[in-house]
Design a protein around this ligand. Structure first.
Ligand code: SF4
Ligand code: SF4
Length: 208
């Protein structure tokens, strides 16, 4: 059984290294990036993570534009931006497999893989919550889901505090996470072979 760290001190703190302050007790919070991430491309005017992700250091909630952002241009406090912003690299910057169609401002989501948490997080622009269902994205997410038993990475779509688990043959609405909830990945045998499946362990049940 692989466990994703417990959900968080807030309603499903979505994922990214920007939530460093909550990493110790958060669940759907991304882990720290590699110590020496090597981006293969530049943001080039994309600023979507400055909207989608939460940034504790500037009291920015998820889904709201950071007051320091000039949309489509960049950060107005670039030299003094928080460490959590400095350290952030989305998958589009790091992974050469994703072409320009996957640029977050084009795709309308920020993709971030956490090997430590065993997931690939798709963090939606709240104004385009269904964009992940379009092509070429949907087919690729299904491909990644089919590979989950091999990669030990489950595919989760986050729309605000609501999460969806993406499986090869279906998409499951996991609902809204509450403080203390945990996301747990179980390896199960399916007609297609072994696959990871996600369940949310509710904090109330865990405390009984
Ligand atoms: S989402 Fe990725 S490409 Fe866009 S600004 Fe953030 S790090 Fe750069
Ligand atoms: S401080 Fe700068 S880099 Fe960080 S979220 Fe705000 S605009 Fe983006």
């Amino acid at each position: 059984m692989a466990a994703i760290p417990s959900l968080s001190s807030g309603p499903l703190r979505l994922a990214c290294r920007r939530d460093f302050n909550r990493l110790r007790d958060s669940a759907l919070v991304m882990t720290a990036p590699p110590s020496d991430p090597k981006p293969v491309r530049q943001c080039d005017g994309c600023t979507l993570c400055c909207k989608v992700m939460s940034v504790a250091a500037v009291s920015k909630p998820m889904g709201k534009w950071c007051p320091h952002c000039t949309i489509g241009a960049g950060c107005n406090i670039h030299e003094d931006r928080p460490g959590e912003c400095r350290d952030f690299y989305c998958d589009f910057l790091l992974d050469p497999r994703f072409d320009e169609r996957w640029r977050p401002e084009t795709a309308h989501f920020v993709m971030r893989t956490s090997h430590a948490s065993h997931w690939i997080g798709i963090h939606m622009d709240p104004q385009r919550p269904d964009a992940w269902r379009r092509e070429p994205y949907y087919s690729k997410l299904k491909e990644l889901a089919r590979q989950s038993a091999l990669t030990q990475l489950v595919v989760l779509v986050f729309i605000g505090v609501r999460a969806w688990a993406i499986y090869p043959d279906r998409d499951v609405d996991l609902g809204f996470a509450a403080p203390g909830d945990k996301a747990v990945a179980k390896l199960v045998m399916t007609p297609r072979g072994p696959q990871y499946e996600i369940v949310i362990g509710r904090a109330e049940a865990q405390n009984v």
